[in-house]
Design a protein around this ligand. Structure first.
Ligand code: F6R
Length: 244
């Protein structure tokens, strides 16, 4: 079954950030203890900055919201500044005042990664699930580190990163040979169960994958296409991403 995705096309990346921030803010205002899943990357950076501005100006109360990490490199500790947790702390969690105690983290350096995946899924479930997931889409159509092929039911697990993912993350590691080749990702089943999903897509490089995700066949080969099978997905993109 496919459902309708709400699509917002804005002229600029700034408008995208504001629109997506309005959406996430609505969830946070409705539930002060909302569980928010945070993606790493360029796509949501403006949105996080916008939320932080609203917090600073006193129009958004984030003092009780809870964070859920989306993915992490395998073998990389939270304290490592190149970890996804480190990135999130700098770009979103600290600016929003969310400490580790209010975060369901994915510990990339856990001694037993399989047990860590099970612990994470349990923690998300016991926390009442995810109220809003903030996501980007990889140029290969991945969501989190759910690389193609990933089914809608894929659990939280250790994954081999796709070459394209390693390539695009080389900027954070000073060269592709330094990028870890494996990660831990929230499973598709965790992401797709979020009560609202806000996807941010900007820039011409994302145009082809955005159209494929929205218009082509729904398939494991394009994990982002599963977004069309769940309700309450809102895609915020700029004209560059839409027009190509
Ligand atoms: C990040 C993540 C990835 C990114 C995607 C887009 O936690 O899981 O799926 O959302 O690779 O990355 P950017 O936004 O940097 O283009």
């Amino acid at each position: 079954m496919t459902v309708k995705i709400t699509l917002f096309v804005s002229d600029t990346a700034e408008e995208v950030a504001r629109g997506a921030a309005d959406d996430a803010s609505e969830v946070i205002r409705t539930d002060k203890r909302a569980a928010v899943m945070f993606a790493v990357g360029e796509s949501p950076t403006g949105l996080y900055a916008e939320l932080a501005d609203r917090r600073r100006s006193g129009t958004l109360d984030t003092s009780r919201i809870r964070a859920v990490q989306l993915d992490e490199y395998l073998g990389v500790a939270a304290e490592d500044e190149r970890s996804f947790y480190g990135w999130l702390r700098r770009e979103a969690l600290d600016p929003l005042g969310i400490p580790l105690e209010r975060t369901t983290a994915l510990h990339g350096d856990a001694p037993d990664a399989v047990a860590e995946c099970a612990r994470y899924e349990r923690a998300v479930k016991e926390g009442g699930g995810i109220d809003v997931a903030i996501l980007g889409i990889g140029t290969n159509g991945h969501l989190g580190f759910n690389e193609p092929p990933s089914d809608a039911t894929a659990p939280t697990r250790v994954v081999q990163l796709a070459d394209e993912t390693i390539e695009s993350n080389a900027r954070y590691w000073g060269g592709r040979e330094r990028v870890p080749t494996r990660g831990i990702t929230a499973g598709m089943r965790v992401i797709l169960a979020a009560r609202r999903i806000v996807v941010v897509v900007t820039g011409p490089l994302k145009s082809e994958i955005l159209h494929r995700a929205l218009e082509d066949e729904v398939t494991a080969d394009l994990p982002a296409s599963w977004l069309r099978t769940v309700p309450n997905v809102r895609v915020y993109c700029d004209r560059a991403a839409w027009d190509g």
